[in-house]
Design a protein. Structure first.
Length: 133
């Protein structure tokens, strides 16, 4: 019988240089009327499994006429962050301009080097005070 001796020192060295990456993230998006003539979009990093960089863009859309999709609306406010930590949120707010409008919140997020993912809220009708009509 014969035996081979294998030098694993290079294998371990390579493994130590591999950065742990996030396996899973859960991002929520909320549309909120503030009752003071403004409406907000709020995105939250609800959960992250593993070490990850989470880029987030939160957007707020509005329309005076009833739209079918957020793409039929005007982008009125946005905000972004290069790395949204777990249990933290990012928001953007816009004025109703004293008018009742249809509103939609959208979030786009990217985990590490993965592609972008997006989700939107339902389109809701808020009065001039920023409360659901």
């Amino acid at each position: 019988a014969s035996a081979e001796t294998v030098d694993n020192s290079m294998v371990f060295a390579a493994e130590e240089k591999i950065e742990e990456r996030g396996l899973f993230v859960s991002v929520s998006i909320e549309l909120k009327g503030n009752g003071n003539g403004t409406v907000s979009a709020i995105a939250e990093n609800r959960f992250t499994l593993g070490n990850t960089v989470l880029m987030v863009i939160v957007e707020l859309y509005a329309s005076e006429t009833m739209p079918m999709y957020y793409t039929d609306m005007e982008l009125v406010a946005s905000n972004s962050i290069g790395d949204l930590n777990i249990f933290k949120s990012i928001s953007t707010t816009a004025s109703t301009e004293g008018k009742a409008k249809y509103w939609c919140a959208r979030v786009q997020y990217k985990k590490d080097s993965d592609g972008w993912t997006s989700k939107e809220t339902s389109i809701l009708y808020y009065n001039a005070n920023g409360t659901v009509a």
